[in-house]
Design a binder for this molecule. Structure first.
Ligand code: ZN
Ligand code: ZN
Length: 363
């Protein structure tokens, strides 16, 4: 069953090879390799051609036998032999115009391959083909994301509950990191962001030794993984006190922007309208949009589609989107909320559920 899933993905990928005569793809992005084969080693090249599919990797992975016959022939090589093995695989795959992923391979490697493959085979830049397939999640992927969300929510609920004045940001971050591992499967989807007080105005704040004071904002943005699929969500609360007037107002505005953005999700519509909806709310209150409103989530925590003003992506059922408007004032702080939603045939449904204590906000 798993095997048939990967064979179907390979078949769909082959349909995407363009009319320019591309008949193969050298896949070097690890998430793309995992998507197409289930192989999750850190170093690998997948060579797909008209007559064969080869996975070139090093000795560490030689014995990790899959439960089912894999969809590729394994080629194990290391050190200086690696490039040679890659070249062999390209020739055996039968491809004459082999695409490569320009964003996931070094200039050196492409030049070295070009120099050693015979003239009848050529390398052509062909990025984004697997990423396009990955945008639409199947039922198993959505299920894995749901589990990753559940793990993230347990971790977030715990850390928000533990937070109290006097603690250092990095103490909380350590609890969070342990929880994401304990409840998820494998490493977190990304290095969690955690900030308190005025530091919450920094969009990508890493935890420091700053001690939390009563009445501080606490912003936590994190995601666990399950079966390689990521979650990504953010909550902001006030620690050790009720929200003051400004904080309460900021929560209300961000929540309004979030609801507007989610309400704007409709399959068939341009992704940028989701950002437009959030921006209209924030700018209506005099606050700029400081970062994209959202992004796709899957094997990578940031993947296609982009929910941004200049995005040309179109929404479709099966996409899983992170929606994350925020309001930031330097020297005061920031409030960001992030939810994961699944685009459905009609609109969307939320995958994240965690509610933070309403007594902490005016909402
Ligand atoms: Zn996030
Ligand atoms: Zn995000």
């Amino acid at each position: 069953m798993v095997r048939s899933r990967f064979l179907a993905r390979l078949a769909r990928l082959r349909e995407r090879f363009d009319d320019g005569g591309q008949d193969g793809l050298l896949v070097s992005d690890p998430a793309n390799v995992r998507y197409l084969t289930g192989f999750s080693g850190s170093f690998c090249r997948l060579v797909i051609g008209p007559v064969g599919v080869f996975l070139v990797t090093d000795r560490r992975y030689a014995e990790s036998a899959p439960e089912e016959p894999p969809v590729y022939d394994l080629v194990v090589a290391s050190g200086a032999r690696y490039l040679e093995a890659e070249r062999e695989a390209i020739l055996l795959s039968g491809a004459r115009r082999m695409g490569f992923e320009p964003g996931a391979i070094s200039w050196w490697e492409v030049r070295a391959l070009e120099a050693c493959i015979p003239r009848r085979a050529r390398l052509v830049a062909a990025g984004g083909q697997v990423e396009e397939l990955r945008r639409i999640k199947d039922d198993l992927e959505i299920e894995a994301i749901r589990f990753a969300v559940a793990a993230t929510e347990r971790a977030l609920a715990h850390v928000l509950d533990e937070a109290e004045p006097g603690m250092e940001e990095r103490e909380l971050a350590a609890i969070l990191a342990a929880d994401l591992r304990r409840h998820g499967e494998g490493p977190p989807a990304f290095e969690p962001l955690l900030a308190t007080g005025p530091r919450t105005a920094i969009v990508h704040a890493r935890p420091t030794s700053r001690r939390i004071e009563a009445g501080d904002l606490l912003l936590v943005d994190a995601g666990a993984t399950v079966s390689g699929m990521a979650a990504d969500m953010c909550r902001t609360i006030v620690v050790g006190a009720d929200a003051d007037l400004l904080q309460g107002r900021a929560f209300d505005i961000v929540r309004e922007a979030l609801d507007a953005a989610i309400a704007a999700i409709r399959p068939g519509d341009p992704a940028r309208q989701v950002e437009d909806a959030a921006r209209r709310v924030l700018e209506g209150y005099g606050y700029p949009l400081r970062h994209d409103t959202g992004h796709g989530v899957g094997l990578d925590v940031h993947e296609s589609p982009r929910l941004a003003r200049d995005s040309t992506d179109v929404l479709a059922p099966g996409m899983v989107l992170a929606i994350e408007p925020g309001l930031y004032v330097a020297g005061w702080g920031g409030v960001r909320l992030e939810e994961l939603v699944l685009v459905t045939a009609e609109a969307s449904c939320r995958l994240t559920r965690l509610k933070v204590s309403p007594t902490l906000t005016t909402g």
